[in-house]
Design a protein around this ligand. Structure first.
Ligand SMILES: [Zn+2]
Length: 211
């Protein structure tokens, strides 16, 4: 019995350590998330699976619908053989702040009971950030595209900067091919429509949270 207690204490060390660093993990604001729509988003599902595998997604979804649940009961409901088996998935979710826990000391001082709950608003935040990052990156590359002014050989496709093209009378050094201006308008248009598309997605994701 004594050995078992020690084991449990070691297991519990990881989250309690992280908790002491970030007490803000405890939910402060009450927000309402349209979790049904959130979990229909492919990006959202994929993110959770990348973090904690299909099992992790199953746990996350279950906790969303059940609300806070005691660890052993959760393991039982999801047909894990032991609480130990579910804990590794819970920790992975916890590392991304997708779930939180509350520990309650039982009569015996060495034992804690863990209550887990899902943080769907965190997933909304992560997905929004993903869209925002891509928008930022695309904007940056559009700026670069605008700054670049290139010519290309119609035979070998070698690229020339404006000055170099001028010096060579708009002929390729390799094969004498004609140098034509690269049409970057199309590229810019494509990038702009990608940005518009992402902004639309971002808008819809942000609307999943009601403060
Ligand atoms: Zn050429």
């Amino acid at each position: 019995m004594a050995a078992k207690k020690v084991k449990r204490k070691i297991k519990a060390k990881k989250p309690s350590k992280a908790k002491s660093k970030k007490p803000a993990r405890v939910r402060e604001k009450k927000v309402i998330v349209d979790t049904k729509k959130l979990l229909q988003l492919e990006e959202a599902r994929k993110y959770v699976i990348d973090v904690a595998a299909e099992k992790g997604l199953e746990i996350f979804q279950f906790l969303i619908s059940s609300g806070e649940m005691e660890e052993n009961l959760l393991a039982k409901k999801l047909k894990f053989e032991k609480a130990n088996a579910i804990r590794k998935f819970l920790y992975r979710l916890y590392n991304k702040n997708l779930v939180s826990y509350r520990k309650v000391r039982k009569n015996n001082k060495a034992w804690y009971t863990y209550f887990w709950s899902a943080n769907p608003e965190r997933l909304v935040f992560i997905i929004s950030e993903m869209y925002e990052d891509e928008i930022k990156q695309t904007n940056k590359s559009m700026e670069l595209n605008k700054a670049e002014d290139f010519y290309v050989c119609d035979i070998c496709n070698r690229r020339y900067e404006v000055n170099e093209a001028l010096q060579n009378d708009f002929r390729c050094k390799n094969d004498g091919g004609v140098l034509t201006h690269i049409e970057s308008e199309k590229v810019l248009e494509d990038k702009q429509s990608r940005i518009d598309f992402l902004k639309g997605k971002l808008d819809r994701v942000k609307k999943l949270v009601k403060q």
